[in-house]
Write a protein that binds this ligand. Structure first.
Ligand SMILES: Nc1ncnc2c1ncn2[C@@H]1O[C@H](COP(=O)(O)OP(=O)(O)OP(=O)(O)O)[C@@H](O)[C@H]1O
Ligand SMILES: [Mg+2]
Length: 403
């Protein structure tokens, strides 16, 4: 045994692919930000008055995932703080908070508690009434004359359960302060998020708006190339590898994070194969792996009723082998499972919606077949491979623990 392991460790020791893999990891903060000059300058000119102690307009940044929003705002934040500490004779604070919190029931409370903590005061992370923690927040800000810039990343996550109450309070904050002033920078990758808000909250939150467009393949290529030389050993990338990652990620709405993931995972696959080079085929494999993980993540996070419908589809496709089956068959099977396990049965229409969502997620393919006289049936086929199906089954069984 020892010998076998030695061989594995040795090949990793030799590490012929990566020079410094951390540059490709998602939490890496690059020193240069390409193709975002315009957005960075816009943010800077909107926020610059804070250096003179003036409150600025609230600002809203949006664009799809991996388009450099977080990166850009962090950069401007750091630059502003560098300047402020040298020149100003008043207090400027810029606090960044990501509103995506792990499964907490009272998101508003948690966000306020986190912000208070960032301002240097300890509060219990649960327990107090939300109103009292809100009052505490105001009291702390207004404790001294200061200008506070609150950057709330993934702000759409803050309103999921609170019906926008939190944002309403936030946009009215200044009317409750006497000594201090607050400006809010909201960030979201949900392009329709603003439309879902109360018009008053919306207009206050997005006094200024900046859009982050997707990167195109050429831009992604340059962004990747910038780090390749330091991340990989010399000459380990087959010609065209970077271009291929860029092309895949551009297709996937211009997501730079996706581009780096592809490159890193392809490198890891090459390393595991003890390959001397990252060949083009590893990009395809990396892409499949990412797709697979994405689908399994979706299945994991879906509510039980979704899992029950998917369970029914998987079971049917296994018993029917190559025979076609339809929405009605799925509904019948689903009903039986619900009855057997004493679970509430959703209407056929609702199950139809769920099936449509699976279609959209690429988990199944739905084909509409005309049956004459305007009748139609929807034929359902699983669109995921055997390996993923097996893992999906395991996830569903663990989560439902009956069936
Ligand atoms: N212009 C760029 N130059 C260099 N690296 C970039 C650039 N844009 C994005 N990246 C890389 O992609 C990753 C994702 O970028 P960022 O976190 O800013 O995306 P985002 O727009 O905030 O996405 P999300 O909406 O998912 O939070 C960064 O960690 C960085 O490594
Ligand atoms: Mg972000």
């Amino acid at each position: 045994m020892a010998v076998e392991l030695n061989k594995i460790f040795e090949s990793f020791d030799r590490n012929s692919i990566f020079k410094d893999k951390s540059l490709l990891q998602t939490n890496y903060n690059p020193k240069t930000i390409l193709h975002r000059d315009q957005q960075i300058k816009q943010i800077a000119s909107i926020l610059a008055p804070v250096l003179r102690g003036e409150r600025t307009s609230n600002l809203f940044l949006y664009g799809k995932t991996g388009t450099g929003k977080t990166l850009s705002i962090q950069y401007v934040k750091d630059e502003l703080l560098k300047r402020a500490s040298k020149e100003s004779n008043f207090k400027l604070k810029i606090e960044y908070l990501n509103c995506k919190m792990k499964k907490v029931s009272d998101t508003e409370y948690r966000i306020l508690a986190e912000l208070i903590k960032k301002l240097g005061v300890e509060v219990p992370s649960t327990g107090l009434p939300t109103q009292s923690i809100y009052n505490k927040f105001i009291e702390i800000i207004d404790n001294e004359k200061q200008l506070l810039v609150l950057i709330l990343d993934e702000i759409d996550q803050a309103v999921k359960k609170e019906n926008g109450n939190f944002l309403y309070n936030l946009t009215r904050l200044n009317s409750e302060l006497s000594k201090s002033q607050v400006c809010v920078v909201g960030i979201s990758n949900n392009l329709t998020f603003l439309d879902t808000l109360d018009p008053r909250v919306r207009s206050s939150l997005s006094e200024e708006e900046i859009v982050f467009p997707p990167y195109d393949a050429l831009q992604l290529k340059e962004i990747l190339n910038e780090r390749c030389g330091v991340a990989f050993k010399e000459k380990v990338l087959e010609e065209g590898v970077v271009a291929k990652c860029a092309a895949f990620a551009a297709r996937e709405h211009g997501d730079a994070r996706r581009a780096f993931d592809l490159l890193r995972i392809a490198g890891e696959l090459a390393e595991r194969d003890d390959s001397k080079k990252v060949f083009l085929k590893y990009i395809d494999e990396a892409n499949m792996k990412i797709e697979k993980d994405k689908i399994l993540d979706v299945i994991k996070s879906e509510p039980k009723q979704f899992q029950l419908v998917l369970h029914s589809i998987i079971q049917l496709s296994e018993t029917k082998k190559n025979e076609p089956f339809f929405t009605g068959d799925v509904y019948n099977f689903y009903q039986e499972v619900c009855q057997k396990n004493k679970i509430e049965i959703l209407t056929q229409r609702r199950v139809g919606d769920i099936i449509q969502e699976f279609d959209m997620l690429g988990i199944i393919n739905v084909r509409v077949i005309s049956k004459g006289r305007g009748g139609r049936m929807r034929e359902i086929k699983l669109a995921i491979g055997k390996k993923i199906i097996d893992q999906a089954k395991k996830i569903i069984e663990d989560s439902l623990n009956y069936l």
